[in-house]
Design a protein around this ligand. Sequence first.
Ligand SMILES: C[S@@+](CC[C@H](N)C(=O)[O-])C[C@H]1O[C@@H](n2cnc3c(N)ncnc32)[C@H](O)[C@@H]1O
Length: 242
Amino acid sequence: MAEIKPYHTTLSKKQEVEQMFDAIAPKYDLLNSILSFGVDKGWRKRVIRILKQLQPHSILDVATGTGDLVIAMAKSGLQAEKFIGFDLSEQMLNFGKTKIHQEGLSEKIEMVKGDGEKMPFQTGMFDAVTASFGVRNFGNLKQGLSEMHRVLRPNGDMLILEFSKPTNKLFKSLYYFYFCNVLPLIGKLVSKDARAYTYLPESVDAFPSGKDFVVILEEIGFKNIQCIPLTFGISTIYWAKK
Ligand SMILES: C[S@@+](CC[C@H](N)C(=O)[O-])C[C@H]1O[C@@H](n2cnc3c(N)ncnc32)[C@H](O)[C@@H]1O
């Protein structure tokens, strides 16, 4: 898998990714809702619907960013005692903390800064681990997935929501035109970061999706892996057990 970095400097991918999300954090939520037409909210709801079947007591949301998934979980009526949002970017977390405070969820959700490839959590301590649009940004994908596997309890569930590649021919060409031409332009205008929204389609293109990603999850040691394509396959939920 080719390494796709935001800025092409001498810094590592991880350092560049942290820098990029710190820079775009103030506009991240706004751009998310403009660029996805709100469809991403429905995708997160699908993840939560699966979690409701599982009734986990402790949930870790890796690469939580501004916390949209972990906040939606805590508001959904899921009865977990512990919700932790974990992210590399201090600024993304700060915006998340403000939203959590405004929603009155500060007692329920803890936001922790750190690297998903080396997490400060005990082995087997979570019933469920999630990540939405996060793992594609890991500096070392397999290391990050191994960490997600490590912190899960035996038979615990991992749910990854990530961009994938649509298969329908007509939809695919329309989608790629939007994703590779329109989206980077709006992203650049609003975020003022010339690269962040060009990095997005580039990183999705280089990232393994569908069966290719399942092979990697199997290599890490995950079992019972299911792929659930969403909206013509623009995104996929990967549901796997430890
Ligand atoms: C596209 S955002 C997704 C945020 C959120 N999960 C969502 O659905 O909107 C990707 C996030 O992954 C985080 N990230 C990237 N690499 C990471 C790592 N190694 N450890 C923890 N977080 C990481 C970034 O800081 C960023 O907040």
